[in-house]
Design a protein around this ligand. Sequence first.
Ligand SMILES: Nc1ncnc2c1ncn2[C@@H]1O[C@H](COP(=O)(O)OP(=O)(O)OP(=O)(O)O)[C@@H](O)[C@H]1O
Ligand SMILES: [Mg+2]
Length: 334
Amino acid sequence: MTDDEYVIEADGLRRVYSGGFEAVRGISLGVRRGEVFALLGTNGAGKTSSVELLEGLAPASGGTVRVLGRDPWRDRAAVRPRIGVMLQEGGFPSDLTAAETTRMWAGCTTGARPVAEALDLVGLSGRAGVRVKQLSGGERRRLDLALALLGRPEVLFLDEPTTGLDAEGRRDTWDLVRALRDNGTTVLLTTHYLEEAESLADRLAIMHRGRIVTAGTPAEVTARRPARIRFTLPESVPAARLPLGLRAGAQGQRVEIRTHDLQQDLGELIDWARASDVVLGGLDARSASLEEAFLDIAQREQHGPEDALVGGGHRDSGDNGDHGDFEDRVVGVR
Ligand SMILES: Nc1ncnc2c1ncn2[C@@H]1O[C@H](COP(=O)(O)OP(=O)(O)OP(=O)(O)O)[C@@H](O)[C@H]1O
Ligand SMILES: [Mg+2]
């Protein structure tokens, strides 16, 4: 990944902690100028460990990382003034006010925005004179963001920027990130809010156990997951007449079918139900959501081997675009 258009590039990036634990196991990603890129993953997936390497806060144990064309660890002096960093857990002297904290930080920042402007950007103007220890958790998070924005960074790293914010504060932050992006700022953020990733991110990657499992635009990532059809089959259906490869044992039970061709399979099911005069109880059909893509990956954790698939061992065609057989797509008969 050597294309100049990438302002953040990682190739085979690894991070091994001192005890020998490998938290980042060879991730590669590229973020283009003016893009919002979201890094998702369960607790402990390795997001913060990765972001810290991109920020130049720690050296990589393997692989390469480039931010604005330079190594953020070795060329820290050149890279740091051009990036903004909001850590997952910031820390402030608690006796200073919001304005004093911002002013202190501005003193260490080349070309800093005026303090009032920075606080205004994050909606903290009215709290400027309040001591940090008296700010709410969400307000402290916003103060963190104000500090990250002080130096008008070209590249902004936000590790869980909206955790602890109320719904309005979260949406204000989204608007701010969009406005920054529209002005050409490149943003890499982590989040546990899938709605946030779906709404904000131009592209995203989902990490699991130190690796990137899937990446792309939100639409691409969800399109790789199968859609779902659910219903209850009445007891009276003759086994021989079941559609879509359903087995006889499915009668009277809740059925879940996963499919990469929702229109075709739903059409077949409804045609069959009409012709057979069968009522499909609680029929529900929906395309995959980002949440489902995320949960499929997260559940691999519980199912043991790293590449175990969700659905109790039934193949769901995964990310490879393979449509599989009908039998494979009947993933849950409960
Ligand atoms: N300093 C450290 N020494 C040893 N292991 C660490 C250290 N910091 C993190 N880890 C481990 O590395 C793994 C990844 O942690 P990391 O903080 O990167 O996850 P994360 O994806 O950011 O999770 P979260 O969503 O909870 O913030 C975890 O298993 C964690 O316990
Ligand atoms: Mg983290």
